[in-house]
Design a protein around this ligand. Sequence first.
Ligand SMILES: NC(=O)c1ccc[n+]([C@@H]2O[C@H](COP(=O)([O-])OP(=O)(O)OC[C@H]3O[C@@H](n4cnc5c(N)ncnc54)[C@H](O)[C@@H]3O)[C@@H](O)[C@H]2O)c1
Ligand SMILES: [Zn+2]
Length: 350
Amino acid sequence: MKIPDNITISADLAADLEAFFFQKSFSKIAVIVDANTKKHCLPMVEKALPKHVLIEIESGEEHKNLHSCEKIWQVLTSHSFDRRALVVNLGGGVIGDMGGFCAATFKRGIEFINIPTTLLAQVDASIGGKLGIDFQGFKNHIGLFQNPLHVFIWKHFFETLPKAELRSGYAEVIKHCLISDVVMYGEIVQMPLEKQDFSTLTRHSIAIKNKVVLDDPEELGVRKILNFGHTVGHAVESFFLKQPQQKLLHGEAIAVGMICEAFLSTEKLGLDAEKRDKITDHLLQIYPCRSINKSDIAKVALLAGQDKKNELGTIYCSLLRDIGDCTYNINTVVGEIEASIEYYNKVLVK
Ligand SMILES: NC(=O)c1ccc[n+]([C@@H]2O[C@H](COP(=O)([O-])OP(=O)(O)OC[C@H]3O[C@@H](n4cnc5c(N)ncnc54)[C@H](O)[C@@H]3O)[C@@H](O)[C@H]2O)c1
Ligand SMILES: [Zn+2]
């Protein structure tokens, strides 16, 4: 599978960045970081970056908002950035989505490149052109589609990434295998996360996401298969978001969602029950167990019904016909979502 020309999976990031900046010319350059990527990632690339203005944003999803954008636009304006300037996003999905959004809207759009520093950002957020910020409690509520000029992928950023963040991104890697590559799925289940070959995995995931996105850039059809695990997963994520002590990372919630949706795949599309059990066992080995109280199941199921991807009260799921074969727009009702969460609770206590 093909990696697009604007993505470099780098063995020597400094050399690749130097070559990129040697070939291109920009009037000014801004580098956007958060506190963690400033500390851990900037020192690894700083020498390879031309003279630039550094913009630091506080880290975390709660800062992916208009206030941070204003700060970014303010700095670009005060340094007289023009339309031949460049923004460099050095960070996870928060910096990539928000820095890209700011660049794509500043003076009707200036170029930006992504140097994603989390596994989630490398295999998911920096591919596909979705940019945006959260607004008044709604995730990714304001945004647009725009591709970066270039994306540089480098596995050495994972050396400082907290284990839980690596594991969170890994859920999207597992998802990419489940929706479209049974052979690769067979390989990754045989090895613990720490022993995986991340160069191979990121290349594989990027190629899958890129192919799906090219076939359907605006998510009118086949791109929906990327939502496998996300109908129930997003509901679980939103539910625990309201309980700060119990917050789940995105990938941890998607792991729960994939277990529930593997169950739905068997119920509704006839996914072999043994394969459902294999998917369940594999995910339970990796991700922390978090049961959902019986009294909360209906609330979580209701949240799944409120997902912005649904229409007219029908819950649309992307489900597996088989491992490596996903289909979309499967009509599902709230009661079935509840049954899938009950299944998840049941397998947890086994
Ligand atoms: N645009 C898309 O298609 C798309 C797809 C999936 C997710 N997203 C978005 O991505 C965001 C989540 O991305 P994320 O998981 O990368 O979160 P993140 O950007 O918040 O990064 C997670 C944490 O890791 C820290 N960090 C980043 N790189 C590090 C490194 N190398 N060493 C040490 N610490 C490091 C960050 O400071 C942060 O605290 C969400 O806002 C989500 O909406 C977008
Ligand atoms: Zn996801």
